[in-house]
Structures are given as structure tokens and as C-alpha cells.
Design a binder for this molecule. Structure first.
Ligand code: SAM
Length: 487
């Protein structure tokens, strides 16, 4: 089955690690990956700025992106296993900015701790490049009063610097903001909204335990539009219990009708410990079968592409020029800061996840301030892990795997083995290959190149999964590379 959507790269930091298949076709030894070590030394001795796109260096460059986790929700959705804090209906956090601003002590205390964490974080370089993207994820960040969002942005800006044209995204849920709050957030610099719609059917929203109905979705869209937000996205979930193909088509049709610049489509994952886990078994009614889920994926791909959206990543679609810059950081294996409960960071080649429980997170921040944590960021790079990450992340995107850069970084023989293992899938049409100029390489040409490592290194440009058939097989296809690199 296809690679389950990573609706939150920040928690896993890297999409689900895929187990190697039992029988991998080609096996690469440590010795075979050796030539790349020479490249590493060469690159290390040159100025990183001279070749900032090198696959061996990009993750070591100082971060220009920050993920901020704002965990508050009115209640927990039945599919959700994120680290959140359910405020309940008695909460004083309000849709509007006018009353009871900032007076929920749980939110205030959390945001203060979050700011302490940022201040105590060691800069990854001196001078430190200013942030180019900031992503407020949750939880429901739109429940946090703008005054406190302002405090977070001020802290980020004075600690790390913030580019004047930085992309600042916020996840916002229908029913948690009005026009006044939206305008205030825009004044603070938020310039991209990600609206948690999930479905356009009352019964499905109810089954998911969402705290809003369809009416609130339309109200939220109206607010976003009337406030002039130009860059906004809608989240939808497929394969929900009792969801029919007609319902799914209706959700996509309505999403297209409201004209967001970006749509994220996630296939439901039944997570451990969620209410859905107690109620349902994947693949069994009222959840769809694997084939039906694949059908949902194909419907989304067809309808959104027909409506002029570019399918630029396994679960992301956008109008021209509206890719989410922040998420591209993850797919390009670039470094990023993470702040807040349960969030992950990737700095200096080290992936690190913060505690998911509030009490433990508070202790973590205290220890950070007290200098009790070893924040050494200079990691030993395991080049096999790096190569696997590069393949796994690149193949999620429509751009695909940059074969030339891969060969330069990890060696021509590894590149050849990867291409060999993917040969049958180029032939079956699950994968496509292009040369450096973007010209399609036919499967016959591709097989011919497999017999000549030198030519292969010279000619090939990008290898990508086809849409939708290749994306649907992504799990298996990525596993094959894993089997070659790390048998
Ligand atoms: C970090 S969550 C955003 C929370 C957001 N405030 C909301 O619930 O609308 C990002 C998105 O991931 C998706 N998501 C969360 N849990 C999921 C699951 N178990 N299966 C599939 N998609 C999920 C939802 O579409 C959600 O909007």
C-alpha cells in the first residue's frame, strides 16, 4: 500500500521508517559507498556556501525554518494522536480577540515556557541566518490569543532574526477565529493559513469528533477571503469511516469551489491509543479496503489536477507558485528548529524530539536553561542513513530524486544499483526518468544506460514516481532503495 501521508513531518521528523524488504535485488557493501567519503572530505574542506545544495551538506547548514507547536484544542479528534492539550468547553480562550484575551493560564504558562526554550537554544552558527519560514502547528494554534502569538514572533525574531518576506503559516480551525482575530494575526506577520476542514459532511465531522460543523467551515473561508489572505490551504482526510466515494468527490468539489491556493489530502491513519483505534480495524468496514483507499487517492489526484492544482508532493497540491516553503524544507532534508511540546528539530544533522507530556517538557526546558542537556550538534553522519533519507524524502515529491547529485554524493556504483532496482518500475510506468534538460528517458534508453555506469552518471537527471500509480506504490518502491543501501 502507498506511503501513508505524513500530515506532520515534525513529529516523526522523518516519514515513517520503512522496513527493508526480505529479498533485495542488489546489495551494496560499505566498501561500495566509500567513494562518497572522498567527496565528503572534499566538500568539507571547501566553503559550504560554495555548494550549498550538496546532498552531503544541506542538512548541516544552519536552519532557516522553525516549527512552533501550539498544542491547545477544544477537544481531541477521534483520529488524533498528536501531543495536544484539550481545553474543554469551559475554556476562556475565545474565537474573538476582544474579550478574555490571554487570560487562560494554561496557554499563558505554555507560551512563556516556549519562549524560554527559544531563548535557551544554542544558535547553530554565528552569524545565524534569519528564518525564512515559520510554521505554527498544533493542536489548534488559532486558539492562542494574538497577543501571545506576537510574543512568540518577537522572541523568534530577536533570537534568530526573521526575513522580511518570511513565510509564516498557521494552522487554524473553523470556529476558532473571527475577522478581528484574523486581521490581527495578519498584522503580526502571519501570511499563510492552513484550514483544518477534513470533510464537508456533517456526519463525517461528527464521527471524527471535530469541534465544528460545515457551517463553521464556510464562515471560516469567508473570513479568510474577506481579510485578503492570499495564500491559504485546506486539509482533507480520505478513508474516513463510512465515507463513500460520492462523499469524497463532494468534499473535493467543494474544496475546489472555495478556491484555496493549496490543498493537503491525507489518507486516514488509525493511530494507536486513539478513539478510532478502539472502534475500527484498518481495511474493515466501516473503513474502506486498501483498494478503495487507493481509489480515493486516485480521485483526489484526478479532480485536483483537473482543477489546475499541481500535485507537487504525495499529499500536497497547489496552484502555481503556492508550494508550502516550510514543508519543502522537510522534503529537501534541510535542517530546521522545532520548539514546543513533542516537536522535533533537525539541527547539525541531529534529529531530536522533545517530550510529549507537558510536565516532562517543562523539565526539559528547565534543564536546557540550566545547561544540563548535551546539545552537541556535531554529529557523526551515517552516510547510509543519509542516502536512505534522501531517496525517501525526494521520492515523495513530484521533482523526484536528483540522480546527478545523488551520484556525486554517494558514488556512481550506488547510483547504478538504485537505478537497477528501479529499472522494472520505469518499464512498468510506475516511475519516470528524465535527463538533465527534463527530456523523458524511455524505458529502453534507461535499460541501455544500466549497462554503462559512466553513461548513466552523465545522462540521467531525475527519477520520480508517476502520479498516481507510482505514488500509490511509494511504500514498496522506497523500501527497495532501503534494501539496496542498507541491506
Ligand atoms: C497537525 S494536524 C492539524 C491540526 C489542526 N488544527 C486540525 O485538526 O485541523 C494536521 C492535519 O493532519 C491531518 N491528520 C491528523 N491526524 C490524522 C490521522 N490520524 N490520519 C490522517 N490525517 C490526520 C489533519 O488533516 C490535520 O488537519
Amino acid at each position: 500500500m502507498f506511503l501513508k501521508s505524513t500530515f506532520s513531518p515534525i513529529f516523526t521528523a522523518i516519514p515513517t521508517r520503512i522496513k527493508p524488504p526480505k529479498h533485495s535485488r542488489a546489495v551494496i557493501t560499505d566498501a561500495a559507498i566509500q567513494p562518497s567519503l572522498q567527496t565528503v572530505r572534499q566538500n568539507a574542506s571547501t566553503d559550504t556556501a560554495a555548494n550549498p545544495s550538496s546532498l552531503l551538506l544541506v542538512h548541516k547548514l544552519p536552519p532557516t525554518s522553525a516549527y512552533i507547536h501550539l498544542p491547545f484544542c477544544r477537544k481531541r479528534c477521534h483520529y488524533c494522536d498528536f501531543p495536544i492539550i484539550a481545553l474543554g468547553s469551559s475554556s476562556s480562550s475565545s474565537t474573538t480577540t476582544t474579550n478574555s484575551d490571554c487570560d487562560d493560564p494554561r496557554i499563558l504558562n505554555y507560551v512563556e515556557t516556549l519562549c524560554r526554550e527559544m531563548k535557551a537554544t544554542k544558535l547553530s552558527s554565528d552569524p545565524n541566518p534569519p528564518l525564512e519560514t515559520v510554521f505554527f502547528g498544533g493542536g489548534t494554534p488559532s486558539l492562542v490569543p494574538p497577543k501571545l502569538v506576537s510574543l512568540v514572533l518577537d522572541t523568534l525574531s530577536s533570537k534568530f532574526g526573521l526575513c522580511a518576506n518570511a513565510e509564516i503559516s498557521m494552522e487554524m480551525d473553523p470556529g476558532t477565529f473571527d475577522g478581528v482575530k484574523m486581521k490581527r494575526l495578519l498584522e503580526l506577520g502571519v501570511n499563510r493559513v492552513s484550514l483544518g476542514v477534513q470533510a464537508f459532511q456533517e456526519e463525517l465531522l461528527k464521527a471524527c469528533g471535530r469541534a465544528h460543523g460545515v457551517k463553521e467551515i464556510h464562515e471560516a473561508v469567508e473570513i479568510v477571503k474577506s481579510c485578503g489572505v492570499e495564500n491559504w490551504s485546506v486539509d482533507l482526510i480520505s478513508s474516513l469511516p463510512h465515507q463513500t466515494p460520492d462523499m469524497w468527490e463532494e468534499s473535493l468539489k467543494l474544496a475546489i469551489q472555495i478556491q484555496p491556493t493549496h490543498v493537503s489530502v491525507y489518507d486516514l491513519q488509525v493511530e494507536q491509543g486513539t478513539k478510532f483505534e478502539t472502534l475500527y480495524t484498518p481495511g474493515e468496514f466501516p473503513l474502506p479496503s486498501e483498494n478503495q483507499s487507493a481509489e480515493f487517492y486516485k480521485i483526489a489526484s484526478r479532480m485536483l489536477r483537473d482543477a489546475g492544482y499541481d500535485h507537487y508532493e504525495i499529499s500536497s497540491y497547489c496552484k502555481k507558485g503556492y508550494q508550502c516553503k516550510h514543508n519543502l524544507t522537510y522534503w529537501k532534508n534541510k535542517s530546521f528548529y522545532g520548539f514546543g511540546l513533542g516537536s522535533a528539530s533537525f539541527v547539525g544533522g541531529v534529529r531530536f524530539s522533545r517530550p510529549r507530556r507537558l510536565k516532562d517538557y517543562m523539565c526539559y526546558v528547565q534543564n536546557l536553561e540550566d545547561g544540563l542537556l548535551d546539545c552537541s550538534e556535531d554529529s557523526f553522519t551515517d552516510y547510509k542513513d543519509l542516502a536512505v533519507d534522501v531517496v525517501m524524502l525526494s521520492l515523495r515529491t513530484a521533482r523526484g530524486l536528483d540522480l546527478k547529485s545523488f551520484g556525486e554524493a554517494f558514488g556512481g556504483s550506488l547510483l547504478l544499483s538504485i537505478c537497477e532496482v528501479y529499472g522494472p518500475y520505469v518499464e512498468s510506468g510506475h516511475m519516470t526518468c528524465s535527463d538533465e534538460k527534463g527530456r523523458n528517458i524511455t524505458s529502453d534508453e534507461f535499460s541501455f544506460l544500466l549497462s554503462d555506469e559512466h553513461k548513466m552518471n552523465k545522462v540521467v537527471g531525475f527519477l520520480r514516481l508517476s502520479d498516481p500509480d507510482g505514488f500509490l506504490l511509494s511504500n514498496e518502491l522506497i523500501s527497495l532503495a532501503f534494501g539496496v543501501i542498507s541491506p
